[in-house]
Design a protein around this ligand. Structure first.
Ligand code: FES
Ligand SMILES: [Fe+2]
Length: 365
């Protein structure tokens, strides 16, 4: 009887074909390492995909990323100094060039070729500094996902950073899942429970998943409605696009009841750069039409962005904590109909990870 009811409600268990915190982190992709304005002439440390990296800028402003571990005695280089274009280790003063090569070992008065740092290919795109975590000799620029609305005239954005003590995949699931809006984010008025049942369509093409839903008579944060002078009832089309492990782009197209209808477009860029399997750099940006920009709207976006995204972060950290704490045997998470988008993303990442493992095995032969 129970089984029958479950079938009707489309309940299942997570299968082994989905990526989880045991799936190797994906290396042959671009990740957003930082916001560009975080990188200055002062060394900045950030661990990405379990590699400790130090960032700084050369005298002409070019961003540099090299391993944050001196090859001499493993001293962390971010505690050292910048001298011209070089980073200098604070322990015995070895100097390194932006390409990772040694500039000088003071004790030898020489620059041996065998002493060097890993250096990482970077791309700066508007507010984002991207890093290639695969083979540094072969960065695949076709895998860059440029965010034109953060760099094009007529657009503006607000942005923020949160450190999340949870695996990055939970954030992907969370962002594809609208059914949590009315509950976890109840206080922001961004959806009623029935919005989770809005018709949704999922397209999948290679390494791309796009989910779309139309919400009739949608709710929007009151601060946003007031500032953008939108008139109820409003219809909202929501799109969710995932093409790489480190990014989810949400697009909201709102059409209101004015005559003629006012149309507003926003892109919400969620960046999840894994630090480790259980911690993530969560960067976000909301890009919108510069013409509607006011200090009030900007403040409203920031408040809702930081407030709602903080609720996701706390929820995902609570989940990570209970997964580490509770070891009951045979526990398998259940999936329901509204989880489909998230599950498809996790399947895509599992496939990408398997491909990467195969490629690595072939390269090692
Ligand atoms: S540990 Fe860096 S110079 Fe010795
Ligand atoms: Fe959320």
């Amino acid at each position: 009887m129970q089984q029958q009811a479950d079938k009707k409600m489309k309940i299942g268990s997570k299968s082994t074909g989905v990526a989880d915190r045991n799936t190797p982190l994906l290396r042959n992709y671009w990740y957003v390492a930082a916001f560009s304005d975080e990188i200055t002439r002062e060394p900045m440390r950030r661990t990405i995909l379990e590699e400790d990296i130090v960032f700084y800028r050369t005298q002409d402003g070019t961003a540099v990323a090299v391993q944050n571990r001196c090859p001499h005695r493993s001293f962390p280089l971010h505690t050292g100094t910048i001298k011209g274009d070089r980073i200098v280790c604070g322990y015995h003063g070895i100097e390194f060039n932006p390409d990772g090569s040694c500039g000088l070992v003071p004790a030898l008065n020489a620059a041996p070729r065998s002493i060097r740092l890993d250096a990482y290919p970077l791309v700066e795109d508007g507010p984002f500094l991207w890093i290639w975590m695969g083979d540094p000799a072969n960065p695949d620029y076709s895998r860059m996902i440029y965010q034109d609305w953060c760099t094009s005239p007529g657009w503006t954005h607000v942005k923020g950073y949160m450190y999340m003590k949870a695996n990055y995949l939970g954030l992907h699931e969370n962002l594809m899942d609208l059914s949590h809006f009315a509950f976890l984010h109840a206080k922001w008025n961004i959806a009623r429970p029935e919005h989770a049942a809005a018709p949704s369509k999922i397209e999948e093409d290679g390494n791309m998943i796009r989910q779309r839903e139309i919400h009739e008579d949608a709710d929007l944060p009151p601060a946003f409605v007031e500032a953008a002078a939108l008139k109820a009832p409003m219809n909202r089309e929501a799109q969710h696009l995932v093409q790489i492990p480190g990014m989810h782009v949400g697009t909201q197209i709102t059409t209101d009841a004015s005559e003629p209808p006012k149309r507003d477009v926003q892109h919400v860029i969620h960046i999840m750069t894994p630090e480790t399997q259980t911690s993530t750099h969560y960067l976000w940006a909301i890009a919108y039409d510069e013409a509607v920009d006011t200090e009030e709207l900007r403040e409203g976006m920031r408040t809702v962005g930081e407030g709602a995204f903080m609720e996701d972060k706390v929820a995902l950290e609570d989940i990570e904590e209970i997964v580490a704490r509770d070891h009951r045997p045979n526990f398998r998470e259940k999936i329901i109909k509204t989880d489909e988008g998230g599950i498809r993303v996790l399947r895509m990442f599992a496939r990408m990870a398997a491909e990467e493992q195969e490629e690595a095995a072939v390269a090692a032969e």
